[in-house]
Ligand binder design. Structure first.
Ligand code: DGY
Length: 326
């Protein structure tokens, strides 16, 4: 019997690819841009394993073209790019990379919060534009972070890590999340309704996964409830936020600013109106991008593939129900 074939849809650290190659034949997509859907479709028929990224759409059609697939391993904690019910129905285990990116992502949510509150990108541009002529009492004044109220929507692992940072800044933390009021209180927050959170918070930070329920969770109605001095931070998924409603709210001063690590769509087109706004800081989905964390994510993704090839339960499996089938 030949060795299992595995396709990896982007370059990984050589050490991880080496580890994977001890267990199977590995083909790596070594281009900078992701493979087209058709390329994966073309290859998947001969694969026992697929290690993919959040930029790869993995749907039922692909799964149906993969009679020998034993594992699909996503190099991300989020898995909205994969049709999970379809995978479960077909008995295909899906791996993800939870845990290792919590602190790194929370650091970055706070970095966006600080940068937008204190207008750091604008201040940098101010110097480059030759405008720094003197110290001025009002120029580039921003919002205080210390002592402000932070609203966290979605208090899973990353939301909780953001809360820990907020306590060092003496912030009051309001939470809208599925966790119980007791659990949230133990973490140092107060459970409130979404409406209360939006109307009382100086900063609102999004930490929910993208699902049918959270698609455009923050739209025109929600933005109108926020304070005109409030700042919105999104390190979750772009589609949790309605981008057109956000543009209007930022343009019309309904909220003060936004810091976005994620957009709808990704990458954001250069003619997107959000990019024309000084009060909208947008970066290219890099919240988990520390060298150490991205390396750990790659290692977890590889370990999931290896377990799947061996017929073992994936160390971090999104759909463990597949193991309960007869
Ligand atoms: C994830 O893992 O889902 C993140 O969005 C990657 O940064």
């Amino acid at each position: 019997m030949g060795r299992d074939q595995v396709f990896v849809t982007r370059e990984l650290p050589p050490k991880m690819l080496g580890k994977l190659a001890e267990h199977c034949d590995v083909e790596v997509w070594d281009e900078f841009l992701p493979p087209d859907y058709e390329i994966i479709l073309d290859k998947i028929g001969g694969l026992a394993g697929l290690l993919c990224l959040l930029t790869d759409r993995i749907d039922a059609q692909l799964m149906d073209a993969a009679p020998d697939i034993k594992v699909i391993s996503n190099l991300a904690v989020g898995y909205d790019n994969i049709d999970i019910p379809a995978a479960t129905q077909r008995g295909i285990p899906i791996g993800n990379t939870p845990g290792v990116l919590n602190e790194t992502t929370a650091d970055f949510a706070f970095a966006l919060l600080m940068a937008t509150a204190r207008r750091i990108p604008e201040a940098r541009q101010y110097i480059h534009d030759g405008k720094w002529l003197t110290w001025h009492p009002t120029v580039l004044s921003g919002q205080d972070v210390f002592g402000a109220t932070l609203g966290i929507i979605g208090c899973g692992r990353i939301g909780a890590a953001v809360m820990r940072r907020a306590s060092g800044f003496g912030m009051r933390v309001l939470v809208n999340s599925l966790e119980s009021a007791d659990e949230i209180q133990q973490l140092g927050g107060e459970k409130v309704s979404l409406d209360e959170l939006l109307s009382q918070s100086d900063f609102v930070s999004l930490h929910v996964p993208l699902t049918e329920e959270t698609h455009h969770l923050i739209g025109e109605r929600e933005l109108k409830q926020m304070k005109p001095t409030a700042i919105l931070i999104n390190t979750a998924r772009g589609s949790v936020l309605d981008p057109e409603a956000l543009y209007t709210a930022l343009r019309d001063g309904e909220i003060l600013a936004a810091g976005l690590d994620v957009t709808e769509p990704e990458p954001i087109p250069l003619d997107d109106l959000l990019l024309s706004l000084e009060n909208c800081l947008i970066v290219p989905h890099i919240a988990s991008a520390s060298v150490a964390t991205r390396t750990k994510m790659a290692e977890m993704a590889v370990d999931n593939v290896i377990a799947g090839l061996r017929g073992q339960a994936l160390p971090t499996c999104v759909n463990p129900e597949v193991y309960q089938r007869g």
